[in-house]
Design a protein around this ligand. Structure first.
Ligand code: WTA
Length: 657
């Protein structure tokens, strides 16, 4: 083990050997393993076959089986202590609060489903687009739609009307569920206005939204289309107070939901997840990740508009009878202590979020953390990006007080739930800051070099998944050819019957077999023939005490091919200066070598990011290469681009001299 490994073995959990025993057993007979894992769930009818692999890569799980995810998320809790347990502690940004038990959630889902069937006319197989903020009506609507056998397509409420329209059109959705507005940084975002615009844009593309269900959240005036628009609360009123809708039996191989994600082209991909496979995978992985205990209060501080929220705020916790926290607003509003005050208010035991949020909160300074006790936290998690060891250590020491293991979960929209991550619910392996550790049970992962051979330990390559797993995507909505091309064409050898899933992420496996995820494979730099990961450079820069955030990209260079350029956001109390620039460069030289030293540090106040918090390096690259910046519909704050643009122009002017 490397010196950095942190063994929790003595204190909390058994360790590596126990985990490996379980893992080896799981992959010896994958079908047998998932067969037994699926039996922990409720089905109307069990499967004839665990895995149908007769038409790869269109794998189908649990063929012949019938179920409905509501059976496991809600109905199974009737008559058990969970039914009267809190499902969600919800907090609005202005400070309003709601507590919703499993019983209350069950009742509202049934009433909503009743009205969606009787009043709105939703039938099994219909697609429903949901454009809602982080309010309890969002999980309620998702469950009501799947209860009826419909397919939901949730669109993040931060998306523009244009992005919403594209997704409505692609899914051919006839029904849209939205809200009048919601709170963000103390202001009301008028969501219904965007929804109306999107409906008009969709009409231009030939798709007519026939019904719009509107949740009253912000109490603002909205324009109304009689006959088309209906209030959510009026729909509930129409249903009998004890309405019961039988969860529609669905084939395990039917589509449970679509979720759009971006690919290498501008056109979003509708990732399809299956009824039976997704349900089985999420139910089990949730337990492995969070080792849920009856008294836990679990908070996944993400947005339900992304896969993390689907899996880890809605379906994962509900299928495990867990109490969750849900928060509507900005994480640093009204002050940078908001997140930690929520942790203390609800005695959160399990906290799961993104490195982006941690970097933001770390930047504000530790005084905001120190005001809060955080003593109930026993397990921490991260997702979405590689976590820089510096930030890992801050999380571990300042937030978890050195007693909460960090569950770094590597996965994608396409994989349904975590794939590479510690599994304290089984046995916690020693942790290494910055490594997502080992594959979860049933997952056969490897790192390959460019030729498709396994990369040597310590050598960078591309992560691949070599066996199907139940949480895998079924395909891309309406585009089977793109599914095969994007995920299965890089390393597969169909003539030999070998199919390999390609996630397009760089990774290294170390001597202990641990996986270190190094970012997307489309973000590599080639500096004078040396391959450099942007993440490696960013890690180095982030070790500098003045630096809060960093994005490194390659700028074209006539001699070296590319040179690294870093856009850097400073921590509070630091000012840009030539001395500081030199100091940061020195740091990179020390940690990686002269080859990696950025040609320039561009000091900015904000990095261009997506609304989900991912740094949009491709915008920086386009500016540096003098190309159009392309589609910016996912950009969180357009002013960030202007600032970067100015800095890039100045850099180019100086470079010419
Ligand atoms: C990245 C989010 C390193 C990765 C669940 C992947 C990570 C992409 C991690 C998927 C992690 C996610 N460490 N990188 N723990 N988790 N990623 O579809 O590049 O929004 O391919 O799913 O995020 O992003 P997506």
């Amino acid at each position: 083990m490397s010196e950095e490994a942190l063994p929790f073995k003595e204190k909390y959990y058994p360790g590596l050997e126990e985990y490996l025993d379980f893992y080896e057993e799981s992959v010896r007979d994958i079908e047998g393993f998932w067969d037994s894992m699926a039996r922990g769930l409720e089905w109307y009818k069990t499967w004839d076959k665990v895995l149908d692999d007769s038409n790869p890569p269109f794998y189908r799980w649990f063929t012949g089986a019938e179920t409905n995810i509501n059976l496991n998320a809600l109905d199974r809790w009737i008559g058990t202590p969970v039914f009267d347990k809190v499902a969600y502690y919800w907090e609005g940004e202005p400070g309003d609060r709601r507590t919703i038990s499993y019983r209350e959630l069950y009742r509202e889902v049934n009433r909503l489903a009743w009205s969606l069937r009787e009043e709105v006319g939703i039938k099994p197989g219909d697609t429903v687009t949901i454009y809602l903020p982080m309010i309890p009506e969002l999980p309620t609507t998702m469950l009501a739609v799947t209860r009826l056998g419909g397919i939901h397509s949730v669109v993040f409420s931060g998306f523009s009307s244009r992005a919403l329209a594209d997704r409505i059109v692609d899914a051919k959705a006839k029904v849209l569920v939205t809200a009048d507005g919601f709170y963000r940084r103390g202001r009301v975002v008028r969501l219904k206005d965007s929804a109306d615009e999107a409906i008009a844009l969709a009409r231009e593309q030939g798709v007519e939204v026939e019904k719009v269900v509107v949740v009253k959240r912000a109490g603002v005036e909205v324009s109304w289309s009689e006959g088309r628009d209906v209030w959510y609360h009026d729909l509930l009123e129409k249903a009998p107070s004890r309405a019961y809708v039988r969860p529609e039996p669905r084939k395990a191989t039917d589509v449970l939901f679509i979720l759009y994600t971006s690919g290498t082209t501008g056109r979003p991909k509708g990732i399809m997840h299956s009824v039976g496979g997704y349900m089985t995978y999420v139910y089990n992985v949730f337990q492995w990740n969070w080792d849920p205990a009856p008294g836990d209060v679990y908070w996944c501080a993400a947005d339900i508009g992304w896969i993390t929220g689907h899996t880890y705020i809605v379906y994962g916790p509900l299928m495990n009878g867990v109490t969750s926290v849900m928060y509507e607003g900005a994480p640093d509003y009204p002050d940078p202590g908001r997140i930690w005050s929520i942790v203390d208010r609800y005695d959160v035991t399990t906290f799961y979020t993104s490195p982006t949020l941690l970097r933001l909160l770390r930047k504000y300074g530790d005084q905001w953390v120190e005001k809060h006790s955080l003593e109930t936290l026993r397990l921490l998690g991260t997702v979405g990006e590689p976590i820089n060891p510096e930030v890992w250590k801050w999380y571990y020491e300042k937030i978890g007080k050195r007693k909460a293991p960090i569950v770094d979960t590597w996965w994608q929209t396409e994989t349904g739930a975590a794939m590479i991550s510690p599994a304290p619910g089984i046995s916690l392996v020693p942790l290494k800051p910055g490594s997502a550790t080992l594959p979860l049970p049933g997952i056969v992962a490897d790192v390959l070099d460019y030729t498709g051979d396994p990369a040597e330990p310590g050598k960078k390559g591309l992560i691949v998944i070599k066996k199907p797993w139940p949480g895998m995507l079924m395909g891309i909505w309406g585009d089977p050819e793109r599914y095969v091309r994007t995920y299965w064409s890089t390393f597969s050898r169909p003539e030999e019957g070998i199919w390999i899933y390609y996630p397009a992420d760089y990774a290294v496996r170390d001597e202990d077999g641990y996986f270190w995820l190094l970012g997307r494979a489309d973000e590599v730099l080639n500096v004078a023939g040396h391959r450099l990961g942007t993440i490696e450079l960013e890690d180095a820069i982030l070790t500098h005490p003045a630096v809060s955030e960093a994005a490194v990209v390659g700028a074209p260079d006539p001699v070296k091919g590319q040179v690294p350029v870093a856009a850097v956001v400073l921590r509070e109390g630091y000012e840009p200066s030539p001395e500081l620039e030199e100091d940061i460069k020195r740091r990179v030289r020390e940690l990686i070598g002269p080859i990696a030293v950025p040609a320039r540090i561009l000091f900015v106040k904000k990095l261009p990011k997506t609304r989900s918090g991912k740094i949009m390096r491709r915008i920086l690259i386009a500016l540096l290469e003098g190309r159009p910046i392309g589609d910016t519909s996912t950009l969180e704050d357009p002013t960030a681009v202007e600032e970067v643009k100015k800095a890039v122009e100045e850099f180019k002017r100086l470079a010419k001299k």
